[in-house]
Design a binder for this molecule. Structure first.
Ligand SMILES: *Cc1c(COP(=O)(O)O)cnc(C)c1O
Length: 455
């Protein structure tokens, strides 16, 4: 049987657990009760149930934004589980709080910040919530603006925070439309502009240099949501325009990035950063229970979430140790590899008359439709294609996007404003070496489900 799930690394975990154990050898001996044999049975049930998943770890899973955690992150996280630290207060997680501060400083440094305020969160939603919460504390009546392709979380978070929210139209590349933005800014009342660097659907990059110029002119706050795309600041193979946008992220007022998206971490790891550390004053509270072991900063004093898994910080810290966040390093090369895979697949699809592509990828996400007589027929074919690919163990995704994003042929009847397309997020470093297999499977599926002759 092919062994697709790696298990050898568990030996390293056992050795590391023995080492961890030596740190507590002064304690009066205590042994936790042996594992109940029934627990082994339950675990087999779990293994059975977990088979009902798409194989996210496999390079032929090229659908949604799902990237397996690095083994070092997984092992470090598990190792920390024997302690189960809580990064709310130093009382609950001394070592892991320090590791969080170091790991977050490394992320901030990647964006060019040495002074900042920041911490890990349970994900991008909470990280963006904290950023917009600070916006609201600074300017409770200012409207939050984000593009229509921004993550839907911004309008929902604004409602939670009781802040006004409006969306701005996109251009044909899924970026915020500058003219529409300027018209809205001229009406006044904008408190914060959310720039998305790497939209969730298409990986589009809002024109940050121009947005920063508008900030100088209009005086709004600028938040960068790069939950998906942030790490691409390290990639050396971006288009000049995209690279320029990432270069000036350091001028933003706040930044969000998700280590659990492109940062090789298990779920439960987002990060929010503020350029001005004095916004920490808004978090001020006096917990009567927790902050006694040290006068140093407890992370719970600068975070809206109280208990947070210290293991998350341990996994991230370990990953940075092995794969430092530097241009040209192994981590950056992995991002570049996924982007090269996306560019290459986009070119193959573009050259195939059976498909219609959208604009070329700015990051590592591509999307396309089968050519058909109408938009609705193309949507239908996308759904068939998706299902037939799954049968061949090629896992793609579907998305509904505005038809303007596609270079639709004149004869294609535009009978719907949106189109269901095939979407592929090529975010694993291995996708590049598997591209020939992916393309062969796409050809086979096309031969099976697409009409042979369109004339
Ligand atoms: C994924 C994503 C979010 C939401 O983050 P979660 O980690 O899923 O909570 C927000 N914004 C963008 C741009 C994203 O890609």
């Amino acid at each position: 049987m092919a062994n697709n799930l790696e298990t050898d690394s568990l030996k390293v975990l056992i050795a590391a657990l023995e080492k961890l154990n030596t740190g507590f050898s002064d304690l009066k001996p205590f042994s936790a009760p042996a594992l109940d044999p029934a627990a082994a049975t339950v675990l087999m049930q779990v293994a059975d149930r977990m088979q009902d998943n798409y194989p996210y770890f496999h390079p032929l899973y090229a659908g949604q934004m799902l990237k397996p955690p690095h083994p070092v992150a997984r092992l470090a996280y598990m190792l920390a589980m024997w302690i189960n630290p809580n990064n709310h207060a130093l009382d609950g997680g001394k070592a892991s709080s320090q590791m969080e501060k170091e790991a977050v400083a490394e992320i901030a440094h990647m964006f060019g910040w040495d002074t900042f305020l920041g911490h890990l969160t349970s994900g991008g939603t909470m990280a963006n919530l904290e950023a917009l919460w600070v916006s609201g504390r600074l300017d409770p009546t200012g409207t939050i603006l984000a593009s229509r392709q921004a993550h839907y979380t911004h309008s929902r978070i604004s409602a939670v925070l009781n802040l006004k929210f409006e969306s701005v139209a996109n251009d044909l590349y899924g970026r915020m439309d500058l003219q529409a933005l300027q018209e809205r800014l001229d009406q006044g009342g904008v408190g914060t502009l959310v720039a998305t660097l790497g939209t969730t659907a298409t990986g589009s990059i809002d024109p940050l240099p121009e947005l920063l110029r508008l900030r100088d002119q209009y005086g709004f706050r600028l938040h960068v949501d790069s939950a998906y795309g942030g790490y691409f600041r390290l990639a050396g193979n971006l288009s000049p325009q995209t690279a320029r946008a990432f270069e000036c992220v350091s001028e933003a007022d706040s930044i969000v990035v998700d280590p659990h998206k492109h940062g090789l971490q298990p779920y439960g790891c987002g990060c929010v950063l503020f350029r001005d550390p004095s916004v920490g004053r808004f978090y001020k509270h006096d917990s009567p229970y927790t902050y006694f072991s040290s006068s140093e900063l407890h992370l719970g004093e600068i975070s809206l979430e109280c208990s947070r898994a210290g293991a998350t910080a341990v996994g991230l810290w370990a990953t940075h140790k092995l794969l430092p966040l530097v241009p040209g390093g192994e981590f950056a090369v992995g991002l570049e590899s996924g982007r090269n895979a996306a560019l290459s697949l986009w070119q193959k699809i573009q050259a195939d008359p059976r498909f219609v592509v959208a604009f070329p990828p700015e990051l590592d996400i591509i999307f396309w439709v089968p050519r058909a007589a109408s938009v609705s027929a193309a949507s239908e074919l996308s759904r068939h294609f998706f299902a037939a690919a799954e049968q061949k163990h090629l896992y793609l995704a579907l998305a509904n996007l505005p038809v303007e994003f596609f270079n639709l042929p004149a004869e294609m009847l535009p009978d719907s404003p949106t189109i269901t397309c095939l979407r592929s997020v090529l975010m694993k470093p291995e996708h590049l070496t598997w591209l020939a297999d992916i393309w062969t499977l796409i050809q086979q599926v096309a031969a099976e489900v697409l009409p042979a002759d369109l004339d």
